[in-house]
Design a protein around this ligand. Structure first.
Ligand SMILES: CC(C)(COP(=O)(O)OP(=O)(O)OC[C@H]1O[C@@H](n2cnc3c(N)ncnc32)[C@H](O)[C@@H]1OP(=O)(O)O)[C@@H](O)C(=O)NCCC(=O)NCCS
Length: 176
């Protein structure tokens, strides 16, 4: 079953066959450059279970993205609810993580636009946020390309004070 379709992608529930690629992604230094650490196989399986449970309960989530042309699983793009507390939570966040070989084709932006549309028109959200490390230029570029606006910098509460990833940017898009 799939939730969303774009010209080149489908966004769907996770399949067992996605796990192997997602384990590799979470162990790839390129993909994980702006996360505190690489994930072990066990951590990735736990993350997949959390994502699947969230989708089943909420009818949205971090969907598995699949290329229509090759049928490959390329990572996730979707909506989620951050689990940490900040002055902008509770909120719905849009997020993405693609396997390195699928960067540079516009897939994240294409999928994210469809997710915003789903969030505003199906889920009837009034606003959607996104955040990332101030160092993560590629992710910020996606935010800008999908029409989000910079709100502010903030210190991520779950990251150690001295960590290079502590400082984050918050972007937001409001329903038109
Ligand atoms: C963030 C991330 C998803 C961005 O991926 P991406 O492929 O750069 O993003 P897009 O889908 O918007 O693609 C844009 C690129 O595709 C190129 N492109 C090629 N064909 C395109 C097309 N048909 N349409 C649009 N862009 C196209 C653009 O020129 C741009 O290239 P550039 O970055 O060299 O300028 C990716 O870097 C990633 O998965 N990072 C690791 C996970 C991560 O950090 N997630 C965010 C944490 S909060």
């Amino acid at each position: 079953m799939y939730f969303l379709e774009t010209p080149r992608l489908i966004l769907r529930d996770w399949k067992d066959s996605d796990s192997r690629i997602f384990i590799e992604m979470n162990h790839d230094k390129n993909v994980m450059e702006f996360f505190p650490s690489l994930l072990t196989e066990e951590e990735t399986f736990a993350m997949i279970e959390r994502i699947k449970k969230f989708i089943a309960e909420n009818n949205f989530g971090l969907w598995a993205a699949e290329r229509k042309d090759t049928k490959e699983f390329i990572g996730f793009v979707g909506l989620s609810i951050p689990r940490f507390q900040a002055d902008f939570t509770p909120c719905v966040e849009i997020g993405w993580r693609l396997a390195h070989k699928h960067w540079g084709y516009g897939f994240a932006t294409e999928a994210a636009n469809a997710c915003l549309d789903y969030g505003f028109n199906i889920l009837k959200l009034n606003e959607i946020v996104s955040f990332t490390s101030v160092l993560n230029i590629k992710s910020m570029n996606v935010m800008k390309k999908i029409g989000m606006h910079y709100v502010k910098d903030f210190e991520h509460p779950n990251i150690e004070d001295e960590d290079r990833l502590k400082r984050h940017v918050l972007y937001r898009k409001r329903k038109l």
